[in-house]
Design a protein around this ligand. Structure first.
Ligand code: MG
Ligand code: MG
Length: 274
């Protein structure tokens, strides 16, 4: 069953998602070679609780941490560890909170130092594909239009692999609601998008082939061919004409610009919100 949100509920979800984005910005400022995922995770949990909210992932199906931290060939659901980050690492951070009964969920991928031009191209293409999908997320379109646009952009135009096993989702009073939002699909298929639907769109893209496998820890998903993977996610509300993006990557992009340890992947949030 799909839960459509009122305007008041969407404003509450904007606050939850803003806190998610602020948490990203807070920890992104700390990323450097030598810091560990466990340190970032502790910072994120404290920041979220200090703002009167609850980390959404901690305890979800037994997940042990506030952030999912997925490094290099890890796609998603990586468990923060005491392993130190190093030059050239690609770090995907996924963060969720529950605040005023509503969830927020957003992901961003960071490059420490220079991981090389092909990996930077992967990050730019994955980030752009999120907005290519969001452009299709308007009332009157079909769910399949979103996935089709992302897949077309990533695979046909840029030759990277869209992960199939993990998908976006509805979000609201529950972290994961219907419908599932695949990052692949057929134009004109699936449910009609209507105002009040709030979904998380989250392309996961491998530099090589699309296949993934589960790591031995039971959580981490990794690319089967060992190539680097990237992940960007916004929670958005469906409106007529243009989606309303509830999370805010502009505050994260500003921190990335200022942190000398991080490579810039471009300021996309403004170009696509204009
Ligand atoms: Mg997420
Ligand atoms: Mg999500």
């Amino acid at each position: 069953m799909i839960f459509y949100k009122t305007d008041e509920e969407i404003e509450l979800m904007r606050l939850s998602n803003l806190l998610v984005s602020q948490t990203h910005a807070h920890v992104a400022a700390m990323i450097r070679p030598g810091i560990t995922g466990a340190e970032l995770d502790q910072e994120a949990e404290t920041f979220i609780r200090d703002h009167g909210a609850v980390p959404a992932f901690k305890g979800y199906n037994g997940f042990p941490a506030t952030l999912c931290i997925s490094i290099n060939e890890q796609v998603v659901h990586g468990i923060p560890s005491r392993q130190e980050f190093k030059e050239g690492d690609v770090i995907s951070l996924d963060c969720g909170v529950q605040h005023n009964d509503f969830f927020g969920d957003s992901a961003f991928t960071y490059a420490i130092g220079d991981p090389g031009e092909e990996v930077m191209r992967l990050l730019r293409v994955t980030n752009t594909s999120l907005y290519v999908g969001i452009e299709q997320a308007v009332a009157g379109n079909r769910l399949g239009d979103i996935g089709f646009a992302i897949q077309e952009y990533v695979e046909r135009q840029h030759g990277f692999g869209v992960v199939r096993e993990l998908v976006g989702h509805g979000i609201g009073r529950h972290l994961h609601e219907e419908p599932e939002v695949p990052n692949y699909g057929k134009r004109g298929r699936g449910i009609m998008l209507k105002e009040g639907l709030v979904i998380a769109i989250e392309p996961m893209v491998n530099r090589g082939k699309k296949a993934v496998k589960q790591a031995a820890d039971g959580w981490t998903v990794i690319s089967r061919d060992g190539t680097t993977s990237a992940h960007f996610e916004h929670s958005i509300a469906i409106r007529k004409g243009k989606a309303d993006i509830l999370s805010d990557h502009s505050i994260i992009e500003t921190v990335v610009q200022k942190n000398p340890n991080l490579m810039e992947i471009g300021i996309l949030s403004e170009a696509f919100s204009a």
